[in-house]
Ligand binder design. Sequence first.
Ligand SMILES: C[S@@+](CC[C@H](N)C(=O)[O-])C[C@H]1O[C@@H](n2cnc3c(N)ncnc32)[C@H](O)[C@@H]1O
Length: 324
Amino acid sequence: MSFISTSDLVKFDQNFATDVEAGLSLDPKKLSSKYFYDKKGDELFQAIMRMPEYYLTDCEYSILNRQKADILEAIGPSGFELIELGAGDGYKTKVLLEHFLSREVPFVYRPVDISQNVLEVLRNDLKNRWPDLAVRPLKGDYFAMLERLQSEQGQRKVVLFLGANIGNYTRQEALRFLENLHKQLDPGDQLLIGFDLKKDPSVILNAYNDPAGITAAFNLNLLTRINRELGGHFDLEEFSHWETYQPITGEAKSYLISRKEQEVEIEAIGKTFHFGAWEAIDVELSLKYSPFEIEALARAAGFQVVEHFYDDRSYFLDSLWEVK
Ligand SMILES: C[S@@+](CC[C@H](N)C(=O)[O-])C[C@H]1O[C@@H](n2cnc3c(N)ncnc32)[C@H](O)[C@@H]1O
């Protein structure tokens, strides 16, 4: 493990340091999954999307691919800004972009992501594929970027929130998130949002517990990132990945487990954190929904459901909502 000296830490991300300090001071300890995505994290997530156990990507890809014409019909042909929250590498979105271009729909694509690396990869790829596509990426947190967009007062907005990213929030946080989103939108604006549905618990558990250990590497990379960017002294050999799924609440949860009692210094924070033997850090929630829960959530946040788009096995649901 390589350590960086305090003198190399001149330019660290203060929000990252503040969140890590707050999270590791909680009982139980918690780190936000939004910090998974540095360059290595982006690559590992792309490897996860290719895993046979990670059904989410294939399901959503097949929904968008098979039902792209119906989705466009439900959105309507008039021009819009296509804003994607947490765009990632846009693997599935490209299906929609290609279809919209082939139908000569006037739109501008605005991918929002906290990862500069993934936005650059996406922008370069789109430039090569479709040089005439108008792409205006926004680097930053979802709501900071939405606020910026609202102040620009452009065309009608169609927001994409794919990949079951909403599942990273608790039910209460998801409602607050969607109420907030609703406030940033105007009547006629729409949201296409992906939900992973409740299903055979073993299918869900396997998706986050692959035998090749890619999910484990993805989660442990968060500690590597703290080591590199904040001068952390985590020994990765002394932490392991653990996954659970609770079929009543629909919560799939990822933890990093301290394999022994240990002290870990983080230089940028100027603190040492104590970990008990087998103490867990909560690192990710992936909440699963029923269609009934999804409709209730839409109503509670002030949206009207326009149409549901399912894959063949009803594993996944992309739901189109509108602001009335
Ligand atoms: C699970 S990936 C999904 C990517 C893509 N939407 C898909 O379905 O394949 C989540 C993406 O959201 C981004 N992200 C996570 N939290 C974010 C936040 N609070 N603000 C902006 N982007 C965020 C990550 O950098 C990552 O690229």
